[in-house]
Design a protein around this ligand. Structure first.
Ligand code: NAD
Length: 463
């Protein structure tokens, strides 16, 4: 039986990062993985979807070529090649993780791990061969999978999850998306950009329910302008097969409605992968279907830690990585500061992009903060106008007295890159004044952030 200081179960952005940090700290480390290295993020999430979404944007640019001064006779789409390109990006990065494991001398054990005791794990590999590992500490990083709703069972063909949505053999003519969170919005935009008729059905009263009110409204307008149909406050009752695809039946304002389409994507959140790990046997406690952890990612069993989606929301790759590093440093006795979840950015890569950090204006007011808001539209930003994309705005939510950054919300081009500046400023406890007074390069989109902070102080120049 091989023994390790630390064994990590799962090799997603939580698990592989934790393993590398453990190796840096001198621990003899193993990663147990039943599938490809890199987890959902690299293989079936963040990475391949970003490849697809970039292609969707490029397709839109090509379709608009004439207005930009290009003469393009016809824009065709080789769907298979498009999908292959996204798979190649995923494969390349998965190979990259494999190389990182070798470089950091992390042992990769292929198979499904199951706890025998808190310090012993059986790993069942291909062909049913079982090996055992003994370990001083464990980090569970088994992630999550798509959740479903009663009446809309995912069959992988007509009723699909994000996984199938990434590799559909053909471009559907029409698509219904249940759920208007990150996954629903990204695929709604993607398929709409390639000409599918898209209908979104969301249970709550707006799309992107976790977003700032003004951002949600702007995004809803942008999606409707693109021709997507949006039904909010709509409870899905069932998805049934029809001769040509699916019928999604829902109740909106007490009235029964239905929409027919070729394919229905269920994007109603994720469910932690806690089954078949032997957790009950060793006494790891769960809470609302996820593993319960303390501020240091310790489970109810002292030597066992859990990180990422398997511990519940926020289900974000960068949170999993940060938690992985934290857990391992805590195991190594380094006493790291607990993670400040108020400084975690969240990004959606539809067009226009959406990014946010901290509180929404509404949350800040509900928390009793003395709120002052600054805004700046990209239509007044030189770089945006020059490159022909003036959609959206930056909104900064600050405490009225000293300018503490409470939140920032960006909708528009490169929002997902721009949010990093505010996330850093907030984490470093800088103020709205600090961003306002820092000289930003001209012409850049980041000037819109500086100007939103200037607007907060009543000193915006460009509007
Ligand atoms: P989500 O929780 O973000 O959104 C699910 C949406 O479905 C919500 O708006 C919810 O109100 C709605 N919903 C729930 N039940 C419904 C029903 N019966 N009928 C209609 N609507 C219903 O979940 P998701 O979009 O599936 O994403 C899963 C996780 O992955 C999230 O935590 C998300 O943040 C993460 N993710 C992040 C990114 C990114 O960072 N770009 C991309 C994809 C996924």
């Amino acid at each position: 039986m091989e023994s390790f200081d630390l064994t990590v179960l799962g090799s997603g952005p939580g698990g592989y990062v934790a393993a590398i940090r453990a190796s840096q700290l001198g621990m003899r480390t193993a990663v147990v993985e039943r599938d490809r290295l890199g987890g959902v993020c690299l293989n079936w999430g963040c990475i391949p979807t970003k490849a697809l979404l970039k292609l969707a944007e490029e397709h839109e640019v090509l379709k608009d070529a004439a207005s930009r001064g290009f003469v393009v006779s016809e824009v065709g789409v080789d769907w298979g090649k498009l999908i292959r390109r996204s798979r190649e990006a995923a494969e390349k990065l998965s190979r990259g993780v494999s190389a990182l494991m070798k470089k950091n001398k992390v042992s990769v054990v292929s198979g499904s791990g199951r706890f025998l005791t808190p310090n012993r794990l059986s790993v069942r590999g291909a062909g049913g061969k079982t090996t055992e590992i003994s370990t001083k500490h464990m980090v569970i990083a088994t992630g999550a999978r798509a959740a479903s709703i009663p009446g809309a069972e995912i069959d992988g063909k007509r009723v699909i999850s994000y996984r199938e949505a990434m590799v559909l053999p053909e471009r559907p003519r029409s698509l219904t998306v249940i759920g208007a969170g990150a996954i629903g919005l990204e695929f709604a935009y993607f398929y709409s950009a390639f000409g599918a008729e898209v209908t979104i059905v969301e249970y709550l009263d707006r799309i992107l329910p976790s977003g700032d009110d003004e951002v949600c409204a702007a995004l809803a307008r942008a999606f409707k302008r693109r021709g997507m149909k949006v039904h909010t406050s709509s409870r899905v009752e069932s998805v049934t097969a029809t001769a040509t695809g699916t019928r999604t039946a829902f109740v909106k304002d007490g009235k029964a409605e239905a929409v027919d389409s070729e394919v229905t994507l269920v994007a109603v959140g994720v469910k932690a992968n806690v089954e078949d790990l032997g957790l009950e046997g060793i006494g790891v406690a769960l809470e609302r279907g996820a593993i319960r952890v303390d501020d240091h990612l310790r489970t109810s069993v002292g030597s066992v830690y859990a990180i990422g989606d398997v511990c519940g929301p926020p289900a974000l790759a960068h949170v999993a990585s940060a938690e992985g590093i934290h857990a391992v440093e805590h195991i190594a006795g380094k006493a790291p500061e607990p993670i400040d979840y108020s400084c975690i950015p969240a990004c959606i890569y539809c067009h226009p992009q959406v990014a946010q950090v901290g509180l929404t204006e509404r949350e800040a007011r509900e928390a009793g903060r003395d709120v002052l808001v600054g805004r700046f539209p990209f239509s007044a930003n030189g770089k945006s106008v020059a490159v022909g994309d003036g959609e959206g705005f930056v909104k900064i939510v600050g405490d009225a007295r000293h300018g503490e950054i409470l939140g920032a919300h960006i909708v528009g081009s490169e929002a997902t890159e721009l949010i990093g500046e505010v996330a850093l400023a907030k984490a470093a406890e800088l103020t709205v004044h600090d961003i306002h007074r820092a000289v930003h390069a001209h012409p850049t989109l980041s000037e819109a952030l500086m100007e939103a902070c200037a607007d907060w102080a009543g000193e915006a120049i460009g509007i």
